[in-house]
Design a protein around this ligand. Structure first.
Ligand code: SF4
Length: 326
């Protein structure tokens, strides 16, 4: 690992001032960044520790749940406000990583974590446009079981690894960001970029900006999160689904759906939601919604199974939420 300087920011203003220096990176729990530094994939010259910034978990004036960027994942998952208002967020966080990692990882860091694509992680032996722009992508024609079936590009088909962000995408969360010219809010569904021809650019966070908090609006109905993976624990999702459902007079009055494990960003299924709104929750309606959502999918031989798996996982989750045993 290269030598780095270390500075602990006591305020957002200090973090902004320190992070403006070239080669400096913000450090949350370090559960992803430090791993990548050990592998030589990340080579910052300075680290700005932002774990002393806000850990607040509280209700905002507009009724949204406000979670400070430095709040630890385990603290968020266990908080009574989270469990009572957005239980699927707690389930999503608990589905990700080990208890030890959750105790260290912060909400801000979770948003910024990088892909676990095997070729991205193999700094010495693999071509990767995300790590080394223009070098190629060994996932095409390689082992792509864990890669994207939708939203990818010829340059990159890596998936976003976060469970938490899938839940946040489903429920219209906003990322509050501070910069030199003030604060701004970015919709979570826009925060992560699709790769296009620049897979190295992963979020809308500009250099010199700091994540302050995440705001999660209330949702009126029940919600849940389900994750399918190759082994029962400590594995990333093949497919995950976060959903919320409100049924009135036998038909869908409101619905939220987001998928993980299938796309380069948490994938809000707007087309599927539109297809299901006003319909009865039947298998035929879900099949039609999935067909609409995945009309632009570009699966590969190694990961085409994910589309069917996503449909079956959604079907099971909606059955759970609607109380049916379909
Ligand atoms: Fe790199 Fe993306 Fe290709 Fe993986 S899928 S090797 S991250 S360019």
């Amino acid at each position: 690992m290269n030598p780095v300087t270390y500075h602990r920011a006591a305020s957002v203003a200090q973090a902004l001032e320190s992070s403006a220096a070239p080669g400096h990176r913000l450090l949350g729990g370090g559960t992803n960044l430090v791993d990548l530094m050990r592998k030589g994939i990340e080579r910052p010259t300075g680290l700005i520790d932002v774990t002393q910034l806000s850990e607040t978990i509280a209700l905002a004036e507009d009724g949204s749940l406000l979670v400070g960027a430095a709040a630890r994942n385990s603290a968020v998952a266990a908080h009574p406000l989270v469990r009572s208002r957005t239980p699927m967020l707690a389930r999503a966080i608990l589905a990700g990583a080990s208890a030890q990692v959750r105790n260290m990882a912060t909400i801000g860091g979770n948003l910024m974590q990088r892909t676990r694509c095997l070729y991205f992680q193999d700094e010495a032996g693999s071509r990767c446009n995300k790590r080394d722009p223009g070098s190629g992508c060994d996932a095409y024609g390689g082992f792509n079981r864990y890669h994207a079936v939708i939203g990818g590009s010829p340059a990159c088909i890596a998936v976003h690894p976060s469970d938490m962000c899938v839940a946040l995408a489903a429920f219209d969360a906003r990322v509050r960001v501070a910069g030199a010219s003030g604060t701004r809010a970015i919709a979570l569904v826009d925060f992560h970029r699709l790769p296009g021809d620049r897979p190295d650019l992963e979020t809308l966070l500009e250099p010199g900006e700091v994540i302050e908090a995440v705001e999660i609006p209330a949702f009126a109905g029940p919600s849940a999160y389900r994750k399918v993976r190759d082994r029962a624990s400590y594995a990333f999702a093949l497919v995950s689904v976060a959903a919320g459902l409100v049924i009135e007079e036998g038909r869908v009055a409101d619905i939220r759906i987001a998928f993980g494990g299938i796309a380069p960003k948490p994938w809000r299924a707007f087309r599927a939601e539109a297809a299901l709104r006003g319909a009865a929750v039947t298998q035929a309606a879900i099949d039609a919604a999935m067909a609409a959502e995945f009309a632009d999918a570009a699966p590969l031989p190694g990961n085409a199974f994910k589309i069917d798996l996503a449909g079956r996982t959604l079907s099971a989750l909606l059955a759970e939420l609607s109380g049916s045993d379909r």
